[in-house]
Design a protein around this ligand. Structure first.
Ligand code: ATP
Ligand code: MG
Length: 422
């Protein structure tokens, strides 16, 4: 049970200043940050904090009290660092929780003649596409229109002001299961915070890592988490492809643990301190001493490399297959940008570069905290804060925890009618 109630005010706030807290509940690590925005000033990162996730397993809440405690302790850690008490967070989810789906539909504008397309027409076709593209138990996290088509012939990114008789849309929806979201939100509320908005972490990361030029010319963002690797491809300024692969940094750890008969936690420490993805980085006969039960045993660094080498090959292969499946691999003119804790394995970037023949580099923030040390781990929370500031969310909450989402309300109504009659 959480005993300390969080003050619902932000202390030390100056006029015109707005503070946004990002909270990313990952399978292994929970991360948070606080970003300050003052009109006409560059956003300033006030602090970041991370802790081990608990009470959250297989992408769902396994222990509500434990997860709430974990969220509370993490945000409290941020408060200690920044001196700012927080009321609400911009919540991020990712990994296996995320479902992606393309949807398309067409609406008539006029029976006869043509009409100037207005923003209401865009809203109408977008709402219809969302309703058709989502299942009953899902919630839309992001909706990314790919193109509009007017009267079957004129394809436009923005059809406002064009003349037409019917309007078609194709969108990429990022969705998640409503019950899973509600349970995560409940844990945040129980920890003492409101959820202002909900985002897909890799998508908001892309907004603070990839500038317009990269997104226009073609780039892939690869986010290697602990259980899942997300691949996002941008071209012509739009997210065109999204794939989530059940493969992550924990697969390397598990392989070390199994082959060397070690606990997962010990294998994790060894991986973070000694594992490399390139054998050329290992000096001959280099050894480490590992405490196994009561004695220290020497393990050759090369042996650790051989434990993870086949797993790296598998990861590289699934990345290659995914890029191929996107049909966009020959349009990645600015290469690949990597983030996520899993990408911190030394030499992994080079391995991906060798097999894809593309330029691969670690992500760098394009506006806030350009010199943050651990961008791979914290770009998600900084993207969440920025998403909150930019009001990017499709899905937002009222302070009483109810969804403000328009589509949500319509869907709930449809569900009620459905349940009444069937
Ligand atoms: N220095 C490092 N070297 C190698 N791997 C690392 C390093 N630091 C962290 N990792 C790995 O990164 C993974 C955690 O990354 P991250 O925090 O991005 O995942 P997550 O958000 O918890 O997971 P997911 O996104 O799958 O829910 C773990 O597998 C961890 O072992
Ligand atoms: Mg993650």
């Amino acid at each position: 049970m959480i005993k300390t109630m969080i003050s619902k005010s932000v202390i030390g706030k100056i006029k015109g200043e707005r503070l946004f807290c990002g909270l990313d509940i990952g399978s292994r690590t929970i991360k948070t940050c606080l970003v300050k925005y003052i009109e006409e000033h560059k956003p300033e990162l006030l602090g970041v904090y991370e802790a081990k996730t608990s009470g959250f397993k297989d992408s769902s809440v396994s222990d509500l009290a434990e997860l709430s405690e974990c969220i509370h302790a993490t945000i409290e850690g941020l408060t200690q660092k920044t001196g700012v008490k927080l009321k609400e967070v911009q919540l991020g989810i990712g990994g296996e929780l995320i479902v992606k789906r393309f949807t398309s539909t067409v609406v008539p504008l006029l029976e006869k003649g043509s009409k100037v397309i207005a923003s209401n027409d865009l809203k109408k076709v977008q709402t219809q596409a969302r309703l058709l593209g989502m299942n009953m138990e899902e919630e839309i996290i992001h909706d990314i229109p790919q193109y509009y088509r007017v009267d079957d012939i004129n394809t436009a990114i923005n059809p406002l002001g064009l003349l037409g008789r019917k309007l078609e849309i194709k969108s990429l929806l990022v969705l998640a299961n409503m019950t899973l979201i509600r349970n995560i939100t409940k844990a945040v509320n129980q920890a003492g915070y409101d959820v202002a908005s909900l985002f897909f972490t890799s998508f908001v990361s892309s907004q603070v890592l990839l500038d317009e030029k990269l997104r226009r010319e073609g780039v892939a963002l690869i986010d290697i988490g602990s259980r899942v690797t997300d691949i996002l491809i941008f071209k012509d300024g739009l997210l065109k492809y999204l794939d989530n692969i059940a493969f992550g940094g924990d697969d390397f750890t598990r392989s070390i643990a199994t082959q060397l008969n070690l606990t997962f936690d010990l294998a994790e420490d060894i991986k973070k301190s000694y594992a490399v993805a390139l054998s050329s980085d290992i000096k001959e006969d280099e050894e480490i001493l590992v405490k196994k039960e009561s004695e220290y045993v020497p393990i050759k660094r090369e042996v650790i490399f051989h434990c993870i080498d086949p797993v790296i090959n598998q990861l590289v292969e699934v990345i290659l297959n995914s890029l191929k499946a996107s049909n966009l691999s020959d349009q990645l003119n600015t290469g690949i940008v990597m983030v996520g804790g899993g990408s911190l394995l030394p030499g992994l970037i080079e391995r991906i570069e060798q097999s894809t023949n593309l330029l691969v580099r670690m992500g760098k923030l394009n506006c806030i905290a350009k010199n943050l040390n651990n961008t791979a781990m914290f770009s998600s929370v900084i993207g969440l804060a920025q998403g909150g500031f930019d009001k990017l969310a499709v899905f937002s909450m009222n302070s009483n925890g109810q969804e403000k989402n328009f589509v949500s309300r319509i869907c709930n109504h449809i569900k009620e009618v459905y349940q009444e009659y069937f």
